[in-house]
Design a protein around this ligand. Sequence first.
Ligand SMILES: Nc1ncnc2c1ncn2[C@@H]1O[C@H](COP(=O)(O)OP(=O)(O)O)[C@@H](O)[C@H]1O
Ligand SMILES: [Mg+2]
Length: 243
Amino acid sequence: MNPVIHLNDVSRVFPADPPVHALSKIRLRVEQGDYVAIVGPSGSGKSTLLNTLGLLDRPTAGSYLLDGIETTTLKDGARTRLRGHRIGFVYQSFHLLDHRTVAENVMLAEMYGRSGGAGGERARKEPPGATGGGYGRRGRRRRAEEMLEKVGMSHRVDFVPGRLSGGERQRVAIARALMGGPSLLLCDEPTGNLDSRNTGAVLDLFDGLRDQGLTLLVITHEDAVSARANRRVRISDGILTEG
Ligand SMILES: Nc1ncnc2c1ncn2[C@@H]1O[C@H](COP(=O)(O)OP(=O)(O)O)[C@@H](O)[C@H]1O
Ligand SMILES: [Mg+2]
C-alpha cells in the first residue's frame, strides 16, 4: 500500500533578501493510520510544512506523493480537488463563522471542497454524499449531522458558535474537517486555545479517529498532546528529525 504522505527532499524557499529556507530537503513517510506529532520552536517551519502537506503551498524543490499521487506537478484545479477529497484541516482558532449555526458551519465545508470544480470527480473510496454534485442541501445536512454525531455534538446542531465552549467549537471544526471523507487530518496547534479538560476531550476524539483508520498529523507545543501520538517528529530551522 502507498504511504499517505511521502516527501522526498522537499524544500521551500521564500524569496526575500536573504531568501528564507523554511523547509530544507525534508524526507518524511507517513503510513495510513499513523498519528504523528510535529514539534518545533516558533519560526521553525511547522506551518509551512503543514501548508505544503495540505496542498495550500508548493515546494520549491522535491517530490510530494499523497496517497501515491505526485502532487508537485499537478495543476491548481487538480490540487484543489485532491485536497477536498483527501485532506481535512483543523486550526487553533477553529475558523467557524459566527453567524451560522453549527450544522451550517459543518455543511459549508462541502462548499470549499466543491469550489475547485469537484463536481464530477469523486474519489473512488468515498462514501455516497461525501462531496461533489448531485447531493442537495438535504443530503449535505444529513451528512453534517452524521459528522456532528461522530464528534459528540448532535445536541448542538442549531446553536451558533458563540454559545459553545472552546472544546465544543473545536469538535465542530473537526466535524467540518471530516465532511469530505478525508484520509488525512492536518492539525495546527488544535488544542492551543483549550484548557486541559477540553484538550483531553479533543485528544480522545483523535484517538477514536485514528482507530477508524484516519491518518493524523498534529503540530503542537504541548507535551501532553505529543505524548498521545504514535510518533514524534521535530523540526528546527526547516530541518526534520525523527524522535
Ligand atoms: N510567505 C512567507 N514569506 C517569507 N517568509 C516566510 C513566509 N512564510 C513563512 N516565512 C518564514 O519561514 C519560516 C518558517 O515559518 P513558519 O512555517 O510559519 O514557522 P512556524 O509555523 O514553525 O512558526 C519563518 O522564518 C518565517 O518567517
Ligand atoms: Mg506556525
